[in-house]
Each structure stands twice: as structure tokens, then as C-alpha cells.
Design a protein around this ligand. Sequence first.
Ligand code: SF4
Ligand code: SF4
Length: 278
Amino acid sequence: MIISIASGKGGTGKTTVATNMAVSVGSDVQVLDCDVEEPNAHLFLHPIIEEIQTMTTPVPEVDMEKCNLCGKCGEICQFKAIVVIGETVLPFHELCHSCGGCMEVCPTKAITEIGRELGVVERGHRNGIEFVHGKLRVGEAMSPPLIRKVREYARSDALTIIDAPPGTSCPVIASMKGANFVLLVTEPTPFGLHDLKLAVGAVRILDIPCGLVINRSDMGNREVWAYAQQEDVPVLMEIPFDRRMAEAYSRGEMIVETLPEWREKFLDLYHRIENLAA
Ligand code: SF4
Ligand code: SF4
């Protein structure tokens, strides 16, 4: 089963829920941190990294000796990532989505592929938990290709917990697509509610069952609960503010280790998801 843990808004406790649920399940579980622009699950899981791989994506290179300036490559590219200007053909690698279309249509085979570095994928372990995260190269604008590389590590014989990036744009969709369940983490504030509505909209388009964790549930107002009821999104867990949790977080410690009574609650959360996904 793949559970994607997302939130419209950053800083709601998404990583806390992902890592504590993984540690509570304990074995045959993977954490894939797909927040490749700012991965932080490793700060809590403290995995031993065993493998580091540089990931690349194919982009076009043009041999002007073979090019006849027909312009077909520029016509097929939907992203304006290759253009014919005067007597030359210019590829813009930062805009390229690696579809291979320009290479296919080139009548003179003037286009070949080279690799553009996306970042690195690191894989390791912590006790029974397999850990994988991506780190996007500084300056790289497109994170979905690296997120897809991280997701390639998902195993069918394990529980896969994906820590998705915040927001509702392409990187989040790349982290939620194909999941069996999306767990949305929010907080009961006007900002939390606003971004939750966007996140629920995205999950509905993908047609994936979803549920809600409300963090700092004893603060703010009750509008998030009213919205959840109105939209028929089950509230699966409420985490009230607790100074001991905030202190554990600031030290990079797991809640379930600092406050062991929460282990059962996170395990219960997983079982409720299991039932809803089934
Ligand atoms: S590979 Fe696709 S996206 Fe990239 S330049 Fe060629 S046609 Fe455009
Ligand atoms: S399709 Fe090939 S031959 Fe035509 S302009 Fe592009 S690179 Fe040159």
C-alpha cells in the first residue's frame, strides 16, 4: 500500500506524521521523502545512508553539421525548449521535459540525448525502515522528474509512506498520483483551511480516497471540522499542542520515542487508513 502524506500548507506537521507512523508500524515499511526541494524526514529518522546516486534526465543536443534547419523540432516541442533561430538551433535544457519528441521528428538525426543533472537520490535504513529521499540540485527548477526517481524505489511488498512537498502544484501531484490513500495534514487556522480546500480539490481530481490529521487541534477555530464534515473527509487523528512534542521536534527526536503513548495512536491511524483504502 502507498500512503501519500500531503498538506496544502507548509509547516503543518506532515513530516512528523509520516515519520512517526513509519516508526510505529516498525517493519516492512519504507519512507520516501519526495519533498526534494527541502527534504527533512532524515533529520528525525537518522537513517544510515548506504547508497547515493546522481540522477539525470535526457535533454537534446544538436549537431549543426547534420541539421538542415527544417524547424520540425521547434514545432513539436510544447515547452518552447528547442527553437530554430536564424542559422542555428538552440535547446533550452531548463525548459525541457525530456519527452524525446524533437529527436523522433528530426529528419536528419541531428539530435542526440545528453544527461542533465537533476540532483541525487540517497537510500538507507533505520532499524526496519527503508529510507529514500531526493535532493534537488541547487538551481534546478523542475522537481517532478526527481520525485519520480525517488518513487521508483517503492516496493510492492512493503508499506510505502510518501512525504509529499507542500502546496498543490506539479511536485505534489507527482507525489500523490498512484497512491492508495492521501493523508492530508492541516491546522485549524484560516490559512490551513484555505490550503486544505485546494489540497482536497487536487485529491478529488486524482480520485484517491483521503483523510485528515488536524495538528495543533486545540488552537484556532472549528471551521476545518465543519469543512471536513461538509466534504465527507474523515478526521482520522487530532494532535493537540503539547510543548513536549515541540521540544522533541526541535531536538530532531521522534514523538513516539519521547512520548511512547503516541505509538499506539499512530498505529491506530495506520489501521484506520488501511480500512479506508481497502
Ligand atoms: S525532449 Fe521534448 S520537451 Fe525536450 S526539447 Fe525535445 S520536444 Fe521539447
Ligand atoms: S528537426 Fe533536426 S534538422 Fe530540423 S531544425 Fe531541428 S535539429 Fe535541425
